[in-house]
Design a protein around this ligand. Sequence first.
Ligand code: GAL
Length: 338
Amino acid sequence: MRRVKILALVLTCMFLVSCQGVRKDEEKTSLRIGISLYRGDDTFINNIRSILEDKAKEYELEKGIKVTLDIQDAKGSQNTQNTQVERFISLDCDVLCINLVDRMDASVIIDQAMTAKVPVIFFNRQPVEEDMNRWDQLYYVGVDAKETAILQGQMVVDLYKEKPEMVDLNGDGVVRYVMLEGETSHQDSLIRTEWSVKTLKDGRVPIEKITGGIANWERSQASAMMEQWLAAYPDTIELVISNNDDMALGAIDAMERAQVTGVNVIGIDGTTPGLEALENGKLLGTVSANKELYASAIVELAASCALGQETPAEYPLTDGNYYWTPQEILIHEIKENP
Ligand code: GAL
């Protein structure tokens, strides 16, 4: 009799344990997502951050799962970011979304995440392939740099074909340009510079480089650089090619100070201030990633990993773990139909 009772008790316990295992996933009613930004004062990252917050709210309403975002600014320090990740894990975050400070230095974060079995969605600053291959719970959301650059070059190629006088401003058969580049260590900078120029050349725009420089994505650095170039090469610059909108806006600031008008400026990102400059014709064009999709891909992917679900089919992954956000050319309309 006693033996039967013990057996019944053991069976009941086994049943409860297995139910709890199932229940855990089925009944998860809240998610905690730890997000670390490489720099909170970066305009593009700031745009993505606010859309991320909206998308998390939308997800919460749609799925009835409470989503708490813990967003931290690493202020350009990889050590600070590593410590933030340690804290996220100690606070039991279900998943991490990391905008790496140093894309070559993801190993500490990956070690911590793997030990704690917390999946990671990296975004915007792409870890090297070797790191991404360390675990199947590592994902990346971003834009394809080569595609961005080809679109940036293409907008000038198309304009030149249609209205060459709008690109070759003095009509001498040569389009003289300056180039503003982002951080050297960033995967986007080199590729954007190379492919944008290559697209212009392949599209038979007769370009000639005057000079260029690294302004680290920053408006103020680009502005100072452009100020020098305007003084060193007066009445020469016809086109400013910038790796992002913020540096393009810096060049525009310098031209406004020097009262130089008419020079074409092209950027990348489609940030809020970038779109404003596009609207009022200060910026000729930009290449804009679909930020709604960019941010929802991060949230949906993070949630599916945290809940142990299949990755969402609306955000198709390339090579298993990469989501490439679609992007488009935005060009100032008056320039097209003056
Ligand atoms: C680039 C973007 C830049 C800057 C940088 C930060 O993709 O175009 O504006 O935000 O990322 O990593």
